[in-house]
Design a binder for this molecule. Structure first.
Ligand code: GLU
Length: 468
């Protein structure tokens, strides 16, 4: 069969946005070391990756640049994994500083206010050196390579330039040692941090690293779990509040995506569970962010509706369909059918709770179908099990959960059934017909609360399942 090319409006949209930003030529390359100052300022690349690992990349996609401050949230994540959150929090706070990246500041407890400013990033690097008892380069390079899904390397020239010119970072490292925020050799920490900033990658690597955060820590292609979900939550939180330094507030309001920039011109953002975006363009604004990258993210957010705080009024999932039906053509509505779907968390669980309790209160049996549920957050699982137990004790409750999202053994009261349709369940498996309880209730039925004859349109309606 011949392959057929059809348009991909998704790809075209991203390509157009990339080209729309090409004319943005404001700003200047970082100039503190020649190897950044001399980079072609017109280089321009963008990349987007889905949580399934589909990559959309445009422009100078193979050009490698140094990671610089983009390493900060990632090494912070490695430190949380290696040392535990509490140990890291003892040494570095999570308050936005509103200061520039290289501000020399500590909070009242002697901790750097967050891991995105250099004082915090040097401390995090120092924690890893304390852990390994020397340079932590291998641990860091391994971690970042796993996030990218390929072996990364460092740029020797940039690393040396960082060391030769990093008088302020050296001063910060010494300050941190004097307050015992770090307990190892401050110059070794400074050297190691300078090297960390010089790790090379391209825009596709950056989008891939973002996608690994998007999924909650699992590389979308290799399947390698690099971070626990809780670690990713901390990484994305500090990126949201401090990733863009003294423009973090504006960034969050206008773009609304946790992000991190680096002085070589890289920028990446993560929409949890949905997409990662990355860009590279060397010209910087006064905050040290890529001007063109900034324009790309602003446009992408407003045109594509990426802002995390956008209120759509749509839940992620819960209740796809609810019907109250009569299976016996007697005009008595006897079963509430609930079809659940999607990713159910505590908030979306509310609708299920409401309908199950309402159904039980109206005297109907229940048929709860989970076949379209993709995930159940731990709290939603716990509450749904409690709810179905309670319902099962009071009324006939069938639950169809083929993926075993719920703990069937621990949750004995509802009847777990194999068929998605109660009609099929009753007719195909006569030996497993619903217990007499349901039928007995019908004998005693009298119109009354919750037992009123269904209106024609509801009772018959278009729901063929009611006929047997
Ligand atoms: N190497 C730079 C520094 O720490 C990184 C700064 C940045 O990318 O914002 O001074």
């Amino acid at each position: 069969m011949n392959p057929i090319d059809i348009r991909s409006p998704f790809r075209e949209t991203l390509h157009r946005l990339t080209e729309d930003c090409r004319p943005v030529t404001d700003g200047e390359n970082a100039s503190y070391i020649p190897s950044l100052a001399d980079v072609d300022p017109d280089l321009w690349a963008t990349a987007v990756m889905s949580p399934e690992g589909d990559l959309y990349a445009f422009g100078d996609v193979d050009h490698e640049f140094t990671i610089q401050s983009i390493s900060k949230p990632l090494v912070y994540g490695l430190a949380i994994e290696e040392l535990g959150l509490d140990t890291v929090l003892e040494r570095v706070g999570v308050e936005p500083s509103g200061d520039a990246f290289n501000e020399i500041s500590l909070d009242a407890n002697g901790r750097p206010v967050n891991p995105m400013i250099n004082a915090g990033a040097l401390t995090v690097h120092g924690l890893l050196q304390e852990k390994v008892g020397g340079r932590a380069d291998d641990l860091i390079l391994d971690g970042l390579s796993r996030l990218a899904g390929r072996r990364l390397d460092s740029d020797r020239e940039v690393g040396e330039g960082e060391r030769d010119t990093g008088f302020r970072n050296r001063a910060i490292a010494n300050l941190l040692r004097s307050t015992e925020t770090i307990t190892c050799d401050p110059l070794q920490v400074f050297d190691g941090y300078s090297w960390q900033c010089s790790i090379k990658l391209n825009v596709c690597d950056l989008a891939t690293i973002g996608a690994t955060l998007t999924t909650g820590g699992v590389h979308p292609v290799t399947g390698d779990r690099v971070f626990r979900e809780e670690t990713v939550q901390w990484i994305l939180s500090v990126m949201s509040t401090s990733g863009m330094y003294d423009s973090a507030g504006n960034w969050m309001n206008y773009v609304g995506v946790p992000a991190k920039s680096g002085v070589s011109g890289g920028l990446f953002g993560v929409i949890p569970g949905e997409l990662s975006l990355a860009s590279f363009s060397p010209r910087l604004d006064e905050h040290g962010h890529s001007v063109r990258g900034n324009a790309f993210f602003h446009r992408a957010s407003s045109e594509l509706g990426l802002h995390m705080m956008r209120v759509t009024g749509r839940p992620h999932g819960a209740l796809r369909h609810r019907a109250v039906v009569d299976f016996d053509e007697d005009g008595i509505q006897d079963t509430t059918l609930l079809r659940l779907y999607g990713d159910i968390d505590f908030c979306s669980y509310e609708a299920i709770d409401r309908e199950v309790t309402r159904g039980a209160a109206s005297g109907t049996g229940l048929f709860v179908n989970l076949v379209e549920v993709r995930s159940l957050a731990p709290k939603a699982k716990e509450l749904l099990e409690e709810l179905l137990m309670a319902a099962g004790e009071k009324t006939t409750t069938y639950v169809h959960d083929p993926a075993n999202l719920l703990d069937h053994a621990a949750c004995s009261a509802p009847q777990w059934v194999d068929q998605a349709e109660i009609r099929e369940y009753r007719s195909d498996q006569p030996e497993r017909r619903p217990p007499r309880k349901l039928l007995r209730r019908r004998d005693a039925r009298k119109p009354g609360p919750g037992r009123k004859p269904a209106a024609k349109s509801t009772a018959k309606g278009s729901d063929s399942r009611r006929k047997r």
